[in-house]
Design a protein around this ligand. Structure first.
Ligand code: AMP
Length: 397
């Protein structure tokens, strides 16, 4: 069985084609700058050199046509005919309170995704463009929508409500939704396999640390709390996003600098985080290098980031009333021994210790805790696309 996974953004479209028998991607790639001069496709067949196409790509339908040409290309393709694709799984960012799991795409599902565009104006309309283009170009092939928020639908009301007048929840849907759900779910399932213990028995904290970061408390396989909230801005300090702050700062700054809502949004989402604090970079590789060379603000940005992650670990260990496994995933979690070591330092109260030699691992699954550590500390590369392909296959079967 072959499943195509689509992650459609406003001007980009990423894809992976999976052979579900092997649970392997046989090709992947991306189209960039859709509708913008300089558009291009980069296609990576699993066993061959990348293939590039540069041409005007005006809309998502054209992007998909070029992707299908690449997938079936005599020299660079991996299938003979587009009909070999059994199903398409679409990543959709916001499922709100409507979608508690993956759904087959039909008119009602599309209407739901459209309605939720109010909560995710940058993402849901772009996701829908990918879905509609696939429907046109692959008639009769089943399409499934998999939502970033669904894994968090088990969060109880006392953890998802904000301390605001209740009518804002009822009228505008203001509550914690959480994001990165597909990633947190995937690594929790891998932890079950790595620890050879049923997920139902495990208390897990999963740290998805990348350019966007979030942390989730998982009890018996269900998310019970997560750091991202109404939008992906809340929680940890990220590459360019501020994460948690005193909400009064927002109105104070707006008045002081006469800022519009759009300007303050830009500051919080694109000019904050470790970039804002360091004044240097949103990339931890740059920050680690600069800090090692004595740059004080780069060190401050890293220390602030680590401090926030630790604070959430403490909070979630309390919510879970204990901890069996701490998971690190995503770009930074998978690749930075220094950040992992800093986060895990001083967690003795949890009987959690990291083995420095094992902690040198990068980009592959490993248990990096000491034999005496009561909490297993795991590095698990995330694979959201494989998770979307698996959920798509499960639903259509
Ligand atoms: P992601 O959003 O999951 O692709 O993660 C991207 C981020 O991971 C980058 O911005 C870096 O901050 C971080 N990252 C990736 N590789 C490394 C590395 N080898 N060392 C430190 N940070 C890394």
């Amino acid at each position: 069985m072959k499943v195509l996974v689509i992650n459609s953004g406003s001007s980009s479209l990423k894809y992976q084609l999976f052979d579900m028998k092997e649970r392997q991607a046989i090709a992947k790639g991306l189209v960039e700058r859709i509708g913008i001069p300089g558009s291009r496709l980069t296609h990576y067949p699993a066993d061959r050199e990348p293939y590039r196409v540069e041409r005007e790509i005006q809309h998502h339908g054209m992007a998909l046509e070029i992707i299908f040409d690449a997938l079936t290309h005599a020299g660079h393709g991996v299938i003979n005919n587009i009909k070999e694709i059994d199903a398409v799984g679409h990543r959709v960012v916001h499922g709100g309170e409507i979608f508690k799991g993956p759904v087959l795409v039909d008119d009602a599902a599309k209407e739901g995704i459209r309605r939720l565009a109010e909560l995710a104006p940058l993402h849901n309309p772009a996701n829908l463009l990918g879905i509609e283009a696939c429907e046109r170009l692959l008639p009769g092939i089943r399409q499934v929508a998999v939502f970033d928020t669904s894994f968090h639908h088990t969060i109880p009301p006392h953890a998802y409500m904000y301390g605001l007048p209740y009518r804002y929840y009822e009228e505008y849907g203001i509550r914690r939704y959480g994001f990165h759900g597909t990633s947190h779910k995937y690594v929790a399932q891998r932890a079950e396999a790595l620890l050879s213990r049923p997920l139902q028995e495990l208390k897990i904290i999963s740290c998805h640390l990348g350019s966007g970061s979030s942390i989730t408390a998982i009890l018996g396989g269900c998310s019970i709390d997560t750091s991202m909230g109404f939008t992906p801005l809340e929680g940890l300090t990220m590459g360019t996003r501020s994460g948690d702050l005193d909400p009064a700062i927002i109105t104070y700054l707006m008045e002081k600098d006469n800022l519009s809502p759009a300007q303050i949004n830009k500051i919080l989402n694109h000019m904050g985080g470790v970039l804002g604090v360091s004044g240097l970079s949103s990339d931890f590789r740059d920050l680690e290098k600069a800090a090692a060379e004595g740059n004080k603000r780069a060190k401050l940005a890293i220390d602030l980031f680590v401090h926030r992650v630790k604070k959430y670990i403490g909070a979630y260990a309390a919510e879970l009333n204990g901890l069996d496994a701490l998971i690190f995933t995503a770009g930074l979690g998978e690749n930075s021994p220094e950040i992992r070591a800093a986060i895990c330092q001083g967690l003795d109260y949890l009987y959690l210790w990291v083995n420095p030699e094992k902690n040198t691992v990068r980009g592959r699954e490993a248990d990096i805790s000491t034999s005496g550590s009561r909490v297993r500390v795991l590095v698990i590369p995330t694979n959201e696309e494989l998770m979307i392909a698996s959920e798509t296959m499960q639903l259509i079967n």
